[in-house]
Design a protein around this ligand. Structure first.
Ligand SMILES: Nc1ncnc2c1ncn2[C@@H]1O[C@H](COP(=O)(O)OP(=O)(O)O)[C@@H](O)[C@H]1O
Ligand SMILES: [Mg+2]
Length: 265
């Protein structure tokens, strides 16, 4: 379980550019839950994800992974449990290295060298090929290709694989399909859902698309001005349409939603 209790984060405190990015975030996310996160620009979505990954420390409040209080754990220490895929395909992978080399880097991360030792180089390559085959993109036949030569969608698929290669628990996806064309985005979203389900990962996925927020996952959080203003799951969520979500957001946030900020489809 991922637990956050009363998290507050203020950037540039006490200066003219002070921003209260998170204002009292408390939530429990159960093992295997797939949570989609929506909210307008600046609502605090990425900051929330960064608190889970460990790249931003809360001013007050705590983060728990199962029974461990990980609030003071570095991002490197958390990386054994938490994998992240960024919006920009270039950020998660190394362009000049091949698919195989990128996967080898991911395998070597988090001090999990036992994997390589146990499998040997040939066994490791075989394991990568099996994982790549599951993506259904034919990348298992192109393991020597530099990542930079792949399309954005292929690259995000490899990033997903890298983030989830080692045993881990929490998958954090920050608008990871926003830079892709609709068909590649659909493919990567489907892969994300499949990997999360197969590995029983607890997943947090920020999306700009209201429709994707309802189509994927098991629970939806809506953020506004550093707070969670809606938390919907179960039967209530399954009945919800994009128009209902918009209406609920308007009520919760006390404002009309700006059409430019959230994709309505
Ligand atoms: N490192 C930072 N330094 C200063 N302000 C930041 C930093 N990161 C985020 N912010 C500010 O915090 C607020 C929330 O940002 P963010 O979490 O990125 O929102 P979202 O992902 O929902 O668009 C915004 O006003 C943003 O400008
Ligand atoms: Mg963001």
């Amino acid at each position: 379980m991922l637990r956050m209790t009363d998290i507050h984060i203020t950037f540039n405190a006490g200066t003219a550019t002070e921003v209260k990015a998170l204002r009292g975030i408390t939530t429990d996310i159960n093992e295997g839950e797939f949570v989609t996160v929506i909210g307008s620009n600046g609502a605090g979505k990425s900051t929330l994800l960064s608190t889970v990954v460990g790249t931003v420390k809360p001013d007050t409040g705590s983060v728990y992974l199962d029974t461990d209080d990980v609030t003071d754990w570095s991002a490197a220490k958390r990386a054994r449990h938490v994998g992240r895929v960024f919006q920009e395909p270039r950020l998660g992978t190394c362009s000049s290295l091949s698919i195989e080399e990128n996967l080898a880097l991911a395998a070597a991360r988090g001090k999990n060298r036992g994997l390589r030792l146990a499998l040997g180089k040939k066994g490791q390559k075989q394991m990568f090929a099996e994982h790549l085959e599951k993506l259904g993109l034919g990348l298992e036949h192109r393991m020597g290709t530099p990542i930079g030569a792949l399309s954005g969608g292929q690259r995000q698929a490899v990033s997903l694989l890298m983030a989830t290669l080692l045993p881990m628990k929490i998958l954090v996806l920050d608008e990871h399909t926003a830079a892709l064309d609709p068909s590649a985005a659909h493919k990567v979203l489907t892969l994300s859902a499949e990997i999360a389900q197969e590995r029983k990962l607890t997943t947090l996925m920020v999306t700009h698309s209201m429709r994707d927020a309802l189509a994927y996952g098991t629970r939806t959080l809506m953020m506004n001005a550093g707070q969670i203003v809606l938390d919907i799951k179960g039967e209530e969520r399954s009945r919800l349409k994009v128009t209902d979500l918009l209406e609920r957001f308007g009520r919760a946030a006390g404002t009309e939603i700006d059409d430019d900020q959230l994709m309505l489809t």
